[in-house]
Design a protein around this ligand. Structure first.
Ligand SMILES: Cc1cc2nc3c(=O)[nH]c(=O)nc-3n(C[C@H](O)[C@H](O)[C@H](O)COP(=O)(O)O)c2cc1C
Length: 220
């Protein structure tokens, strides 16, 4: 009888789920991300899932003091700067460990949640997640893929009014994460019919293509 030999590739992957909804687990974006993660976990039973909930554990705003810690030479860091670096390093270590990054992305006031921006500000670190070269910046978080679950009250995807998608894609690309796909649930505040349709379409994408990171674009 042929035995099924588990491969490291399918068994030992790590997924980092970053939720940025104000409403934590209850957010529509978190719930779409959860649906994807549950299916990923079923396909990767030995896979490790790390959840970072930015509503539960908010990342502080970047300040001149905190940014100063990023710039200070390691041997010259003050005690306070060392603490800032330890905190930033821990966030970056989670990203480095992850093979798959899942991002719950609500739209708030035409942009990304400020909680997510604060997180990005703490993981964009020269020498850690990117470096500058004579040819421009090079991202250091290579070999990863990201799945973004974007929820909106209105409809923006595929239009110039969508400020989130280019920004998030640009940021992830900048730190070296080049395989990025978006699944949208829009018109969530435009009546129950639109909402149910949008969620059903997002679920279908998650249950089908998105789960396998299909080559086809998933823009709505
Ligand atoms: C403070 C706040 C601001 C919002 N601003 C927008 C907006 O600018 N554009 C939009 O389409 N929807 C907006 N919405 C609606 C949310 O995008 C929508 O409810 C989405 O489901 C939020 O995702 P979440 O449930 O994961 O938090 C806003 C909601 C809140 C709570």
């Amino acid at each position: 009888m042929a035995s099924r030999k588990p491969t490291k590739e399918t068994d030992m992957k790590t997924l980092l789920q970053i939720n940025s909804s104000l409403f934590g687990n209850g957010g529509q974006s978190s719930q779409l991300a959860d649906r994807f993660v549950a299916q990923w976990k079923a396909r990767n039973p030995r896979g490790i899932v790390i959840v970072r909930d930015l509503a539960r554990d908010p990342v502080p705003h970047l300040t001149a003091e905190r940014f100063g810690a990023f710039l200070a030479k390691p041997e010259e860091r003050t005690v306070e700067q060392q603490a800032v670096i330890r905190y930033s390093d821990a966030l970056i270590d989670e990203l480095k460990r992850a093979d798959v990054i899942v991002l719950g992305l609500p739209m708030y006031n035409f942009g990304v949640p400020s909680a997510l921006k604060a997180y990005f500000d703490h993981v964009a670190r020269a020498g850690e997640t990117f470096r500058y070269t004579a040819n421009g910046p090079v991202g250091l978080l290579t070999g990863k893929e990201a799945h973004v679950f974007a929820t909106r009250g209105g409809a923006y995807a595929g239009t110039a009014r969508d400020s989130q998608t280019p920004f998030v894609r640009e940021f992830l690309n900048f730190v070296g994460i080049e395989r990025v796909q978006f699944v949208y649930a829009e018109k969530l505040a435009m009546g129950d019919e639109h909402k149910q349709q949008a969620l059903a379409a997002a679920h279908a994408r998650i249950d089908g293509h998105a789960a396998d990171f299909a080559a086809e674009p998933l823009a709505a």
